[in-house]
Design a binder for this molecule. Sequence first.
Ligand code: PLP
Length: 442
Amino acid sequence: MTKDIKNPETIALHGGDYRSDPATTAVAVPIYRTTSYQFKDTDTAANLFALKEFGNIYTRIMNPTNDALEKRLAAIEGGLACVTVGSGQAASTFSITNVCQSGDNFISSTDLYGGTVNLFTHTLKKLGIEVRYADPVDPKNFEKLIDDKTRAIYAETLPNPYLRVFPIKEVSDIGRKYNIPLIMDNTASPIICKPIEQGAAVVVHSLTKYIGGHGTVIGGCLIDGGNFDWTTNPKRQPLYNEPDASYGGAVWGKVVPELTGANVAFAVRARVVLLRDLGSALAPDNAFGIIQGLETVALRMKQHCSNAEKAVEFLQKHKNVERVIYPTLHKGEIGARAKKYFKGGNGGLVGIEVKGGVEAGKKFIESLKMFYHVANIGDARSLAIHPATTTHSQLTEKELQAAGVTPGYVRLSIGIEHPDDIIADLKQALEAAGSVKLKAVS
Ligand code: PLP
């Protein structure tokens, strides 16, 4: 596909270099269910292992079905290379362990998915990697935490429950002064936001959500923006400037640009070191499922966003709703970030505080007829969850407050059904929740 095409609807169908299957001319990307690839001769095999030639070796590290998906994902995000992995969690894990080793630290936004908090606070700590949390309300909070051992900054573009859009350019500019890359989890805002264009060096996704789109497949990816030189301050990024004993002494920050002509050392290292050693490969069957979702993601995002706007309008006026949380409803500079960073919509996630606390929140969820009560987001179907009694039920009152989860808070992931049906379901469930409040009063 020509590189001049910038429209996401077209890139989602044609992006990358897959036109048809080279062996069969099949138009749909086939599932290459193979573990291994026959080497042409012994020299070719040796060259592939030495990275003197690029080609298929073994499906833990690469696969033609995954390759078609990876190139299309890189094109969608405006990056240069992509590595798919078995889940969004694996993508977050790889994104940090591809820059940090024991004794290093990285700075993360406090606005994060709970699974990522566990990974950063507990599991990475056990591996000797320290996370330092910064409140994204003020980008300067990130700079204050940088020291000689800081290797990366990590954040989510559209984190729930607060739904405050992250100041991507402001924080990326701070990081770049120190040769520190910004890694953005763009799971909740594909298509409507392109963090690489705003200075992020790496984008990660849980493909399980909007990109897969149908609640059928778990997957993740890391996209290398190709816009970050890992060698400008060699002491800052030792994994890219010191010889790698596990790969014949390769200095990744130097050898990758020499071999590929591009600054994609991050993606190459993630593939040939982390996938090689840690596994977590995405199965080609799952890559196929994600490609089906990816082909319509631009279309679905439009519908998710426009349905969410209509739901927000309705919810704001409802007497049983205390508060509505949506990116554009934040006041001042935080609300203005949605305008600055989002194009074509403000996302499909909506938070509401149901009047009447925990009991009313529970009743609301139980009364929904069309919305599914699940812990996922980004499905084509509308979804809802009451965090205080589920995902966040182990937290103390204080921790709940810090996480932005109030007793009646309900997270809605607005689907692509007809907006009238979404609103009708919300309406009848809010009326049922209102009856709980009345009973409590009488
Ligand atoms: N990042 C975000 C923002 C998420 O919401 C999730 C899952 O909910 C993940 C990462 C982890 O993705 P997965 O469930 O595919 O491992």
